[in-house]
Design a protein around this ligand. Structure first.
Ligand code: SF4
Length: 344
C-alpha cells in the first residue's frame, strides 16, 4: 500500500530558519501519532485503535494551533473529524478511487498539470501543514514531484513554450510549505515568462499555522508584477480564531485578492448553520467564499460524502439568508472535464 508520510519535502532545515520563523517550529512540534492526539483530546481507546490502523495508509499530521481549537472528549467535533483517522476510512466502493480527479492523465511533465484552458498547475511540494482525511491527493505520487530549483526547470520551460497560458497555479501539497527564499525565486522565474499574468496560490497554512504569514511572505506577494490570487481553504467558522483572523487581515491588507474554498463534508459543515456562519465570518474578513466543493471521491473518504440533493438544498438555504456575494458556488471536479461542473 502507498504510504503518505508527514511533511518532509522542501521544508527549511534548522540552519535556514530565522528566529522569527515560528511556523517552522510549529511544523516540528505538530502531532504525528494517534496516541498523542487521543491522549491530548481524551478520546476513548476505540478511537486510538481505529486511528492507528487508518493512519497506516495516510499518516496523521495536525499542528497544535489547530488542535487547541478542539475541546477534549468530543470525537464528533467538526474540526476533529477533518483530521482524525476513523475506522470508516477502510470502507470503499467502486465509485471511489486513488485518483478521483484525473491528475495522472493531466500530467504534462513531472510536477506540471494542465486540466483547463489557459491555466497550468505546478505541484511544488508534497508537504502540507495538516493531513486532511478527505484529501483528494492522499495517493498522489509526490515522489515524482521536482525538488529544488533546478528540478522545476522542465516544468517552467513547458509553461514558457505555451503562450495560450496566462495563469499559473501553485499547488501541492501546500506551496506555502516552501521557505520564503524558494517561493520568491519561483515567483520571479514565473514572472519572467511574458504571457503569464496571474499567479494563483492554493494554501491551507493561514488557517492551520497562521504564523506562516511572515513579513517576508507578504513581500513576496506584493513585490511581483504578477496579479496574485490567494485561495485559502477553511471549512468551518471554528477554524477562524483571533490569530487566523489576524493572518488573513494581513493578507487582505497586502492588496492580494483572497478567496476561500471549502469542501462540503458530512459531520463537519453539512448544515445551514455551519455554512452560514463560515460565509459570514469570511466576508467579515473581506474574503469571498468562492467554491464549495462536492467531495472528490478518493478512497478512504466515503464517510464524508453529502449527496447532491442535500448539497443543493444547503446552497438554496444560504441564498435566502445571505447576500449573493457571500454564497459560494457548489462545484464538482470531474476527471477529464473541461471545467468544474457547477451544481448550484
Ligand atoms: S491541505 Fe490540501 S493538499 Fe494538504 S492534505 Fe489538506 S486537502 Fe490535501
Amino acid at each position: 500500500m502507498d504510504i503518505v508520510t508527514a511533511p518532509s519535502l522542501n521544508v527549511a532545515t534548522d540552519s535556514e530558519c530565522s528566529a522569527t520563523d515560528r511556523w517552522q517550529q510549529s511544523l516540528r512540534n505538530a502531532i504525528r501519532t494517534p496516541e498523542e492526539l487521543c491522549e491530548i483530546l481524551q478520546l476513548p481507546d476505540a478511537y486510538r485503535i481505529a486511528a492507528r490502523r487508518s493512519a497506516a495508509t495516510f499518516q496523521l499530521f495536525v499542528p497544535r494551533e489547530y488542535l487547541a481549537k478542539i475541546p477534549p472528549g468530543d470525537p464528533e467535533h467538526p474540526l476533529l473529524r477533518q483530521v482524525l483517522p476513523l475506522a470508516e476510512e477502510t470502507s470503499t466502493d467502486g465509485g471511489f478511487s486513488r485518483d478521483p480527479v484525473g491528475d495522472g492523465d493531466a500530467l504534462i511533465t513531472p510536477g506540471l498539470l494542465q486540466k483547463y484552458e489557459s491555466r497550468a498547475l505546478l505541484v511544488v511540494t508534497g508537504a502540507c501543514a495538516v493531513h486532511c482525511r478527505y484529501c483528494f491527493r492522499r495517493y498522489f505520487p509526490y515522489d515524482s514531484v521536482p525538488k529544488g530549483e533546478d528540478a522545476w526547470q522542465p516544468a517552467l520551460n513547458k509553461i514558457a513554450e505555451d503562450s495560450s497560458l496566462d495563469e499559473v497555479i501553485l499547488s501541492g501539497g501546500d506551496p506555502w510549505m516552501l521557505v520564503d527564499s524558494r517561493l520568491q525565486s519561483l515567483t520571479e522565474q514565473i514572472a519572467q515568462i511574458p504571457h503569464i499574468r496571474r499567479l494563483r496560490i492554493h494554501t491551507r497554512l493561514p488557517s492551520m499555522i497562521p504564523s506562516r504569514v511572515t513579513d517576508a511572505l507578504l513581500r513576496t506577494l506584493t513585490a511581483t508584477s504578477l496579479t496574485t490570487i490567494l485561495v485559502v481553504h477553511i471549512n468551518h467558522a471554528l477554524e477562524i480564531d483571533e490569530q487566523v483572523a489576524l493572518a488573513v487581515r494581513k493578507l487582505v491588507d497586502s492588496g492580494t485578492m483572497v478567496l476561500n474554498q471549502s469542501v462540503l463534508l458530512r459531520g463537519v459543515n453539512d448544515s445551514v448553520l455551519a455554512l452560514e456562519s463560515l460565509c459570514r465570518e469570511l466576508v467579515n474578513l473581506r474574503v469571498l467564499p468562492y467554491y464549495l466543493h462536492q467531495l472528490d471521491r478518493v478512497e478512504g473518504s466515503m464517510h464524508f460524502e453529502v449527496d447532491d440533493s442535500r448539497a443543493k438544498e444547503l446552497i438554496s438555504a444560504l441564498r435566502s439568508r445571505l447576500p449573493g456575494y457571500a454564497v459560494p458556488r457548489l462545484v464538482r471536479e470531474r476527471a477529464g472535464g473541461t471545467s468544474k461542473e457547477v451544481l448550484a
